[in-house]
Design a protein around this ligand. Structure first.
Ligand SMILES: [Zn+2]
Length: 399
């Protein structure tokens, strides 16, 4: 007896190909899969007919699925004050569908993994715990739960101070149940009144060192929100895994991050989005735009020095929408001087390293076949990502 099965495609031809690791673009390739994993990448002669069973994406680019390494799943990018206010205070029952929607928006934009930067009520964490029981979500998400901040300092929305009498390290050791990474806030926000104003660090170096080593003891990485020279310096010297935002961190910190290979998630789109939402003639809009421009200069230096730059959007910030902001941050990386394959690497391979995703994040042999198909050559990628032709996760077509 024979059983006829309609086979899924195991080969994919594309005119252009970026594997997420190299700075170059390959032409006329066929990507072969076995059980959802990349088996090999062949080059074919241009114009040669595509073999039967191979999906023909002539005129298209294949690249890895994206990772957004800084999001807040509990908040939407909307500027509607009522909605934002509601999301800040709503209970988990209301937030479940909001978080699901945000993950769906990420998926629709070719994002297969996100790293959450925390929320005060740990709703993203709660969602993950529930989803683990019923693995319905296709987007992987790493969660921080509730982040940490110092008493009386910035960060109420995403974190809390250690309980009375506890050091930060002690607090981390007793309150990190089933989180994926530790989030620490070590500065304030960018000022929109005074350009380049730096805030004081929230924690000193010994406190931060102890905190990072407590996290390491639990096998966890630390993501540190830090803007300005001193807050960033302390986080780097303490051995943190990544600097989040890092506005106005300065050249010395960038060099040190290159030396020590500390990841940097610049989230430049946050300031551009702010500038677009404010009255264009206001001081605040002007400063937000200058903050973004300054960040692009720092990103150019980071590229030159070899800092592992990672794409993250801070989705949930005002005007920063889940999913859709990924291609905007990608455009900013390119504006800062990254080549298109280099910018893609920030949003794929580099993100996977930071999230600890060892089986995905690029399209080399042996990795999961999670990839996007976009019409046209890589030079049109940013526009092309606005209308993704196909998205495959582990070899299965998602759309
Ligand atoms: Zn954030």
């Amino acid at each position: 007896m024979s059983i006829s099965v309609i086979p899924e495609n195991t080969g994919f031809h594309a005119t252009w190909f970026m594997d997420g690791t190299t700075g170059s673009v390959q032409k006329n390739i066929v990507l072969y899969l076995q059980k959802g994993v990349i088996d090999k990448v062949d080059t074919i002669i241009s114009g040669q007919p595509v073999k039967s069973g191979v999906a023909d994406f002539t005129g298209c680019t294949i690249l890895p699925g994206f990772i957004d390494s800084h999001v807040h799943l509990f908040m939407s990018g909307t500027r509607d004050k009522k909605i934002r206010e509601h999301q800040l205070h709503a209970g988990y029952a209301d937030m479940r569908s909001v978080i699901a929607r945000h993950l769906g928006q990420a998926l629709a934009c070719g994002v297969f993994a996100v790293r959450d930067g925390g929320d005060y009520n740990a709703h993203a964490w709660q969602y993950k715990m529930a989803a683990e029981a019923a693995p319905a979500d296709r987007v992987l998400f790493n969660v921080a739960g509730r982040g940490w901040r110092n008493n009386g300092r910035y960060g109420k929305l995403v974190g809390r101070p250690p309980a009375g009498g506890q050091t930060l390290a002690e607090a981390i050791l007793v309150d990190s149940d089933r989180i994926d990474h530790v989030k620490i806030i070590n500065s304030g926000l960018n000022s929109l009144k005074q350009y380049g104003k730096e805030t004081l660090p929230q924690f000193d170096l010994p406190t931060m060192r102890a905190a990072v080593s407590a996290a390491k003891q639990l096998g966890l990485k630390t993501m540190v929100h830090a803007n300005g020279r001193l807050p960033v310096k302390i986080a780097i010297d303490a051995g943190c895994s990544s600097i989040e935002h890092g506005f106005f961190m300065g050249v010395e910190n960038l060099q040190k991050m290159a030396d020590q290979q500390v990841a940097w998630v610049p989230t430049a789109i946050t300031m551009l989005a702010y500038s677009e939402k404010l009255d264009p003639n206001s001081t605040e809009a002007g400063i937000a735009r200058r903050n973004c421009d300054h960040q692009l200069e720092q990103m150019a230096l980071a590229r030159k020095y070899g800092v592992p730059v990672v794409l993250g959007t801070d989705a949930g910030s005002l005007g920063v929408h889940h999913g859709a902001s990924v291609r905007r941050e990608l455009a900013l990386l390119i504006e800062a001087g990254f080549s298109i394959p280099e910018a893609v690497r920030c949003g794929t391979h580099n993100g996977a390293k930071l999230l600890g995703l060892t089986h995905s994040g690029d399209l080399r042999r042996g990795k999961e076949a999670t990839f996007i198909v976009v019409e046209g050559p890589p030079s049109g990628l940013v526009d092309g990502l606005g209308k993704i032709k196909a998205f495959y996760i582990k070899g299965r077509r998602v759309f």
